[in-house]
Each structure stands twice: as structure tokens, then as C-alpha cells.
Ligand binder design. Structure first.
Ligand SMILES: [Zn+2]
Length: 329
């Protein structure tokens, strides 16, 4: 259970963070019953005050600051915020936590949905995955390594570009992902499971090729064809009307059977409620098709309005949503 009571947040109380996180290197030992998350954070002082990390429903196994171990059972946590005062101006924080995806019914953080492991981190879900500066004005470069049982989770996806992959003992395998663009924790995403994919490519106005990968459950993936066309159309429109090209080499969308939002614009790895992505040409109505086209476009347009140009604080949510809704209309 969470020990964090809802709290009132006022815009007038906004303070810039004392530190920022430059690099976040994460390793997940994925398992629905208990997933271990190792995080290596390179933090740097940019102001006055303690380093504040947020955590919720984490079982902390280890915590070090520049190699100095802290007692995981005696961390100075108050109201879900860990305040560390004696942190060097540049420091390496290494943590190891255990989280419980199958028991996570908050639909926030890492949870199990229809046999998949999937994340939802907007607005403050990343703190349910690891100790982190989980606020939108802290942007870090993420490298992620996912490890899981190969037969149960043959596909391992995260933000950015794919790196090394291979086999591990005990029928497990791994995949690494590197996101070249600094991002806030709320745009982090991972998906693991038995998924099929269809592919396309989009050639940008300047002649760069972007690979488009759409994933769904094996029996449903052909119903992503309309969404694939809609994605390419949206990319072209953003080039023509706003002069904005896709900045990624790979753009991925995954349909998840149970997802609390319609869709989420995680950088380079959009996660959709299947109802907002799949359209069967035999039975889908014009209205169904319009919905898919609109949600695909909306989440893609966030790639610039929201993701590259992101928020300072959550009072600015209306800015990214208002502008992106204007664009999808
Ligand atoms: Zn939106």
C-alpha cells in the first residue's frame, strides 16, 4: 500500500531543482511477480539545496552515493521524497529496488496488462519504478537494458534506438535501448510481451528515413494498417504545416488491451489502448477510422509539442495538451 497521502500543490510554491540528472542508466530484471530495477543516475548540482528523489511503493534493496552505501531501511524519506544533503556537486547514485507489476492496480508505473508488462508514467508514475527526480523540468539521457523470460516476453521495447540484444542463462534474454534525446521521467516507457508487428517507413522532407513499427497482439496486428497510414500522413502534415520533421530513426506504437488512457506519447514509443489504434476495414465505421487517425496524429504531434518542448511543471499541462489538440483538429 502507498504511504503517500494526496497533497496540495500550488504554483506559487514552484522551485527549480537543486540538482539535475544528466544520465539515467536502467536495468530491469522483468518478472510480473517481482521486478528488480537497477538505476545508475549521474546527477549534477545546478542550484541550492538537497538532492530530492521521489519514490512510491518501492522496496529498496541497495542505495549508494558515489560508492558510499546508505542503509536502505533508514533513508531520510518524508512524504515520498528522499532528501540527500551531503551530495557532491557531481555524483553517481546507484540504486536497486524491487517492484511488483502484477499487484500494481494503480495503472501507473510498471504493471501487467493482458499478459504484457507495460508502463504509464505521466504524470508521476516513474517514481513507482525507481528513485528519481520525477519532475518534468529534469531531463536526462536514458539507456535501458531489459531482461526477461524469452518465451513469455519475446519482444522487449523501450524508448529510442535499439542496441545490443542476446541470450541469457535460464531461458532469459535481454535487449538494450538508447534514447538520444534528454527527456523527463514521465516520457519513459517500456513494453514486454508476445507482440506481432507491421512495419513501414517514412521519408522526411529532408530525405531521412524513419522506420515505423506498430505492435499488437499476434491475431490483431493486421488491424494496425490504417493507423500506419495515418501515422505517415501525420508526419507529412507536421512537415508541411509546422516545418517539423520527425527527429527519430525509429517510431514505435504499441496497442495494449487494457490501458487507462486513450494513448500516451512516450518519446518514440507511443502506447495506445487497442481501441484507439486497431480498425478492422470490414467492420470499422468512418467514425472509428477518424478516431484512430486523430489519436495517432495527436500522440505523434506531441513528439514536438510536449516531448522536445516539454513542461516546467504540471500547471503547464494545458499548454502541451491545448496546442496538440489544436494541431490534431
Ligand atoms: Zn495529449
Amino acid at each position: 500500500m502507498s504511504d503517500v497521502a494526496p497533497r496540495e500543490i500550488r504554483l506559487e510554491d514552484y522551485r527549480p531543482p537543486a540538482f539535475t540528472t544528466r544520465e539515467a542508466r536502467l536495468r530491469f530484471e522483468l518478472d510480473p511477480a517481482a521486478t528488480v530495477v537497477e538505476a545508475e543516475l549521474l546527477v549534477e548540482r545546478i542550484g541550492e539545496g538537497p538532492l530530492e528523489l521521489y519514490g512510491e511503493d518501492l522496496e529498496t534493496l541497495a542505495f549508494t552515493v558515489d560508492g558510499r552505501a546508505l542503509d536502505p531501511d533508514a533513508l531520510p524519506v518524508e512524504g515520498g521524497v528522499l532528501r540527500l544533503r551531503a551530495v557532491p556537486d557531481r555524483a553517481r547514485i546507484v540504486t536497486r529496488v524491487r517492484i511488483f507489476p502484477a499487484e500494481n492496480h494503480a495503472l501507473s508505473g510498471l504493471y501487467e496488462s493482458g499478459g504484457l508488462l507495460v508502463t504509464q508514467c505521466e504524470a508521476e508514475g516513474f517514481r513507482r519504478i525507481t528513485w528519481y527526480q520525477d519532475r518534468p523540468d529534469v531531463l536526462a539521457r536514458f539507456s535501458v537494458r531489459l531482461e526477461a523470460d524469452r518465451s513469455r516476453y519475446p519482444v522487449l521495447l523501450a524508448n529510442g534506438n535499439p542496441g545490443a540484444r542476446g541470450e541469457l542463462p535460464g531461458g532469459r534474454h535481454f535487449a538494450e535501448w538508447h534514447d538520444p534525446f534528454p527527456k523527463p521521467g514521465y516520457l519513459f516507457a517500456l513494453v514486454a510481451g508476445d507482440l506481432a508487428r507491421i512495419e513501414g517507413t517514412h521519408t522526411t522532407r529532408s530525405g531521412r528515413e524513419v522506420a515505423l513499427h506498430l505492435y499488437a497482439r499476434p491475431g490483431e496486428v493486421e488491424r494496425c494498417r490504417y493507423a500506419l497510414r495515418a501515422l505517415s500522413t501525420a508526419m507529412r502534415w507536421d512537415e508541411d504545416v509546422y516545418g517539423l520533421e520527425c527527429d527519430l530513426d525509429l517510431f514505435q506504437i504499441v496497442a495494449v488491451p487494457a490501458f487507462n488512457f486513450g494513448a500516451m506519447e512516450n518519446k518514440g514509443l507511443n502506447i495506445f489502448n487497442a481501441a484507439a489504434l486497431l480498425a478492422d476495414p470490414e467492420i470499422a465505421t468512418d467514425r472509428d477510422h477518424l478516431r484512430v487517425a486523430r489519436v495517432v496524429a495527436h500522440e505523434y504531434f506531441h513528439n514536438w509539442t510536449g516531448n522536445r518542448v516539454t513542461l516546467r511543471d504540471w500547471f503547464q499541462l494545458t499548454l502541451k495538451e491545448g496546442l496538440t489538440v489544436l494541431r490534431d483538429q
